[in-house]
Design a protein around this ligand. Structure first.
Ligand code: SF4
Length: 274
C-alpha cells in the first residue's frame, strides 16, 4: 500500500470511529470500523470488490457471491418479479393515497438482499423522486446501513405503503404535509409489501417506527419503545423493530438504542452465515 493510501485509510478510520462514538457505541474497538473505512474509500484494490469483502469478512459474513442463492436463474427471476410488480403499482389507485401521489415509491435495493428495511411511507422528497428514504431521515438511514457495514445497494428498502400519505392530498408540492398512513391504507397496500418480502426472501427485517410495527402486527399492543430490541417474526422472517430515523432527528438520544438493535441484527446475520 502506498503511503498516501495508508494516510487516507487512517483518515477514514478516524471518521468511522467518530461515527461509532456518535452512535453511543461503547465498545468501538470491537467494531469493524477500519474495514468499513476501507470499503468506503475503496482504495485497497479498486479493480476488485476486495474492500467490500474485507468488510464482510470482518463481520464473519461470507462474500456476496457465496451468499447468492444456488440457482442464478432464480436471482434474475427475483429481479423480474420485482420489476413486474413495480410496473403494476405505478398505475395502482386501490386506496385513497393513489389519487394525490406524484410517484408510486415501490422500493429499491438488492433483489436477493439478506437484510430488508421497512419504513412507514414516502414523504415529500420520496414522492417527488419515486425513491424510498432519500430525505433527511433517509440520509440518516443510509448512515446506519453503512455503519452496519452494508451499502444501500446491498440491502432492500421498502415502505408499508407505497404512496405519500398527505394531510392535504391536493397539495403535493407543500412540505410539512405528511401524515401517518391510515389503517385502511395500510391494509390495502400491505399485500404488495408481503409480495416484495416473499420475492426477496431476506434473512432479517428491520421495521422502522411505530407505523411499520402496527401495520405489520395490528394486534401488537406494545409501543415502539416497548417492542424495540426484541425479535419478532413476520412471514417466517426474523424481524427487529426499532425507531424510525425521523424520530432520531427529533431526539438524538434514540441513536444509542437504534444502534443496539442494529448490532443485534448484525449478530443474527453473522450467526446464520456460519
Ligand atoms: S398506497 Fe398502495 S394500495 Fe394505495 S394506491 Fe398506492 S400502491 Fe395502491
Amino acid at each position: 500500500m502506498k503511503q498516501s493510501q495508508f494516510l487516507e485509510l487512517l483518515r477514514l478510520t478516524k471518521i468511522s470511529l467518530s461515527e461509532y462514538i456518535n452512535w453511543g457505541e461503547e465498545e468501538v474497538f470491537k467494531m469493524p470500523f477500519a474495514a468499513i473505512a476501507a470499503k468506503r474509500a475503496d482504495i485497497l484494490k479498486p479493480e476488485t470488490d476486495i474492500a467490500a469483502e474485507n468488510c464482510l469478512a470482518a463481520k464473519n459474513i461470507p462474500p456476496k457471491e457465496l451468499r447468492q442463492k444456488e440457482n442464478p436463474a432464480e436471482n434474475l427471476n427475483q429481479e423480474k418479479q420485482l420489476e413486474d410488480l413495480k410496473n403494476k403499482l405505478n398505475s395502482c389507485r386501490e386506496c385513497p393515497l393513489g389519487a394525490g401521489r406524484l410517484n408510486c415509491v415501490f422500493g429499491e435495493g438488492n433483489p436477493n438482499a439478506d437484510l430488508m428495511f421497512i419504513g412507514e411511507g414516502p414523504g415529500f422528497d420520496e414522492d417527488h423522486s419515486g425513491l424510498p428514504f432519500i430525505g433527511k431521515a433517509g440520509q440518516l438511514l443510509t448512515k446506519i446501513i453503512e455503519a452496519m457495514g452494508f451499502s444501500r445497494a446491498e440491502v432492500y428498502i421498502a415502505n408499508i405503503v407505497k404512496c405519500h400519505p398527505m394531510k392535504e392530498p391536493s397539495q403535493p408540492e407543500s412540505r410539512g404535509n405528511d401524515r401517518p398512513p391510515s389503517e385502511l391504507e395500510i391494509e390495502t397496500c400491505k399485500k404488495y409489501l408481503d409480495m416484495q418480502i416473499d420475492i426477496v426472501k431476506p434473512k432479517a427485517i428491520a421495521a422502522l417506527g411505530a407505523s411499520a410495527l402496527k401495520g405489520l402486527f395490528p394486534k401488537e399492543e406494545k409501543t415502539i419503545s416497548q417492542a424495540r430490541g426484541a425479535w419478532l417474526k413476520y412471514r417466517g422472517v426474523a424481524l427487529m423493530p426499532t425507531y424510525h430515523p425521523a424520530a432520531l432527528l427529533r431526539n438524538p438520544e434514540l441513536k444509542k438504542p437504534v444502534w443496539q438493535d442494529m448490532k443485534a441484527v448484525i449478530k443474527f446475520l453473522q450467526g446464520i452465515a456460519k
